[in-house]
Design a protein around this ligand. Structure first.
Ligand SMILES: [Fe+2]
Ligand SMILES: [Fe+2]
Length: 270
C-alpha cells in the first residue's frame, strides 16, 4: 500500500504547492473568540491549554531556528528550493503562537513549561544535530556531512514533525473541534497541519533515498527512532498530568505509536 512519503511529489512539486498553500498570514487571523473562550475556562483548564501551547510555541521556534543549517548544507538545489519555503512556514508557525500568547493566553516564560525530556528532543538535541552539519561543512568532509544531514532529517522530519507535532496537532485539533471552542486555534492547527504534511513528505522522501543509497545508515537511524519513543511516553504523561480537560491519554499515545511505526515504514526501516 502506498504510504505518505511514497507520493510522487518531487521537491519542486512541493515547492510549487507551498507557494499557494503555505501563504496564510498569522497576523491576519481573528483571535477575538478565542480570547473570550479562554476567559470562561477554570484556572486549571487555562493552565493545561497554556502548557500545550507552550510546547507548540517552543517547538516551532526551535525548528524554525535550526532548519537553516539543513538548507545550507543540502547539496540538491531543488531540495533547497523547497526548504526555503519550509523555513518560511516554520517561522510563521512560531509567529502564530507568539501572537496567541500575547493576545489570548498572556505573556509568560513558555520555556519554563518544558520538562527535560521535551527540551532534549525539541531543542538541545536538535541544535547538536545542526552543529554536526555545520562542523562537517567547515571541515569539508562530504561523507561526514551526508551522514549528519541524514541524522538531522531523521530527528527533525522523522521524530519532531512526523511523530511529535502530528500527534499533538491531530489530537488537540480533534479535542477543540469536539468541545466547539477556540475557533482561531482550530483553524491555525488545520493550516499548520497542512504545512507539516508537505514538510514530512519531503523529509521522508529524502530519508528513504539516503537509506537506500547508504544501507550503513539504517542502524543509526533506527536507533534514533527507537531512543525517541521513550521520551514520547514521558512528554505525553506530562501533558495529561493534571488533566482538567479530561483528555484521552490512551488515544493520544495510540496516535503517536501509529505515526512512529508509519514513519519507520515510510523510510524502509521496517
Ligand atoms: Fe511547524
Ligand atoms: Fe514543519
Amino acid at each position: 500500500m502506498p504510504t505518505l512519503s511514497h507520493a510522487v511529489k518531487t521537491p519542486r512539486d512541493l515547492y510549487q504547492m507551498a507557494k499557494h498553500l503555505g501563504m496564510w498570514d498569522p497576523a491576519a487571523m481573528s483571535l477575538a473568540e478565542d480570547k473570550a473562550n479562554f476567559a470562561t475556562l477554570s484556572s486549571e483548564k487555562q493552565e493545561q491549554l497554556t502548557k500545550i501551547c507552550a510546547l507548540f510555541y517552543e517547538g516551532e521556534v526551535s525548528v524554525a531556528d535550526t532548519l537553516a543549517w539543513f538548507m545550507l548544507a543540502m547539496p540538491d538545489p531543488e531540495r533547497r528550493m523547497f526548504l526555503s519555503a519550509h523555513v518560511f512556514e516554520e517561522v510563521k508557525h512560531a509567529e502564530y503562537f507568539e501572537r496567541y500568547f500575547k493576545e489570548v493566553l498572556g505573556e509568560m516564560d513558555t520555556a519554563a513549561y518544558l520538562i527535560p525530556e521535551s527540551r532534549n528532543v525539541l531543542m538541545d538535541g536538535l541544535k547538536e544535530r545542526g552543529e554536526a552539519m555545520g562542523r562537517a561543512m567547515m571541515n569539508g568532509n562530504q561523507q561526514e556531512l551526508d551522514f549528519a544531514l541524514t541524522m538531522f532529517a531523521a530527528h527533525y522530519m522523522g521524530i519532531i514533525e512526523g511523530v511529535m507535532a502530528l500527534t499533538a496537532y491531530d489530537y488537540v485539533g480533534e479535542m477543540l473541534t469536539s468541545v466547539k471552542l477556540f475557533p482561531g486555534l482550530q483553524e491555525a492547527i488545520r493550516l499548520i497541519r497542512a504545512d507539516e504534511g508537505r514538510h514530512i513528505i519531503h523529509g521522508m522522501d529524502y530519508l528513504r533515498r539516503q537509506i537506500a543509497d547508504h544501507p550503513e545508515y539504517k542502524t543509526p537511524v533506527k536507533e534514533l527512532f527507537l531512543d525517541n519513543i521513550k521520551s514520547m511516553t514521558l512528554w505525553t504523561q506530562w501533558v495529561f498530568n493534571p488533566n482538567p480537560f479530561g483528555l484521552d491519554s490512551e488515544r493520544m499515545m495510540f496516535l503517536g505509536y501509529n505515526l512512529h511505526r508509519q514513519r519507520m515504514r515510510d523510510i524502509g526501516l521496517i
